[in-house]
Design a binder for this molecule. Structure first.
Ligand SMILES: [Zn+2]
Length: 357
């Protein structure tokens, strides 16, 4: 249950005429609002960004599932050059669509197989002023590097723990969560099971959240949950990705009932479904009492998603999708919960709750 004791503060954040989404929200107002919406105390929590540790309330409006830079061309050849985003000048311009509408933090789920570049993310974070939280792990079976077959899941977990606590390689740049780790369409492969076990082991050591990829809108979501549960993961620290693109909340309720975060992250993918499908699903999840478990993102990963090519751009969720939620009686407080409070809860961990041997 969302508890808002100080409606004045929230009104200020949410705005009335212009809407809070048009106003950068930051500083003490955000802290005040955030603390009032949490049962857990943010004072004891931290977020690991590529530039270092920040407080959860510094995250602000957050997109939890994006790919600022990537190169996935080798794995999806039919998309070709669309899947190579590497121009920092272009992206600095693109991200203004996000920041001018109040966006503060991007969680980048790009892993090594599809072009993760920690140093580039640090440069970009410094240049643009946004917080970037970087993932770690291995994405999907077809792209796994040899290490996945060569090491045990315990050894793979060690790699993840080191990236979270010490940094990637010798860069000192730390990952802030595990993911996106994925499964394919028909069954969980042995190698994917191995990666999920490694993720579970590393999660237990570090306390960071696990973010998953499901292929085609929630396929094998329940199997992912079953695996992680078997490996001992606290399901409240799991984000199931790529949900919300099937018609009807009935597809989502069994997943939501397990206590995971429900990530509706294909917002603006009109080639998947008309937008009302996702908006209806989010509104229905809110109505069913899951507002504290919903995350929203755009999963921008192709050149034709970017504004300069005529795509949706990073402002679409805030500018176009949020009004669809309001039309469906989702309140500003609930939108704030999904876009500010939930990401801060998901991507923060208890401080000092892990150590590396
Ligand atoms: Zn994905």
């Amino acid at each position: 249950m969302l508890i808002l004791q100080d409606r004045t503060t929230i009104k200020h954040l949410c705005g009335q005429e212009q809407g809070w989404l048009n106003t950068p929200i930051c500083g003490t107002d955000t802290i005040a609002a955030g603390e009032r919406t949490l049962s857990d105390n943010w004072d004891s929590r931290e977020v690991i960004t590529v530039q270092g540790v920040i407080r959860p309330e510094e995250m602000g409006v957050t997109y939890p599932h994006e790919h600022l830079f990537l190169d996935a061309m080798d794995h999806y050849s039919s998309y070709g050059y669309q899947l190579v985003i590497d121009d920092e000048d272009v992206m600095a311009q693109e991200i203004l669509e996000f920041t001018t509408r109040g966006g503060r933090t991007i969680c980048d789920v790009t892993l090594d197989e599809i072009g993760r570049d920690p140093e580039r993310l640090v440069r970009f974070s410094r240049r643009t002023g946004i917080n970037v939280v970087m993932g770690c792990g291995w994405y999907r079976d077809f792209g796994y590097p040899p290490i996945v077959a060569e090491k045990t899941s315990c050894e793979l977990a060690e790699v993840l723990v080191r990236e979270i606590e010490n940094g990637v390689g010798d860069t000192g740049i730390r990952a802030g969560f595990i993911g996106e780790i994925g499964t394919g369409r028909h069954h969980v492969s042995p190698a994917e099971e191995r990666v999920f076990r490694a993720a579970a082991l590393a999660q237990a050591r570090t306390g960071v959240v696990i973010s998953t990829h499901t292929t085609r809108w929630g396929t094998l979501a329940m199997e992912q949950i079953a695996m992680l549960e078997e490996f001992g993961t606290d399901l409240s620290r799991v984000i199931i990705g790529h949900l919300g693109d099937r018609v009807g909340v009935k597809n989502l309720l069994p997943i939501a009932a397990r206590g995971v975060y429900m990530e509706v992250d294909n917002i603006g993918y009109l080639d998947y479904q008309p937008e009302y499908v996702r908006a209806d699903n989010v509104a229905a999840l809110v109505k069913e009492g899951f507002v504290q478990r919903v995350l929203l993102s755009e999963d921008i990963c192709m050149l034709n998603h970017l504004k300069y090519t005529g795509g949706k751009g990073y402002g679409y969720l805030l500018e176009t999708f949020v009004p669809l939620l309001r039309e469906r009686s989702v309140t500003d407080e609930q939108i704030y919960q999904m876009m500010v409070v939930n990401p801060a809860n998901a991507f923060s961990r208890r401080r000092h709750d892990s150590c590396i041997s």
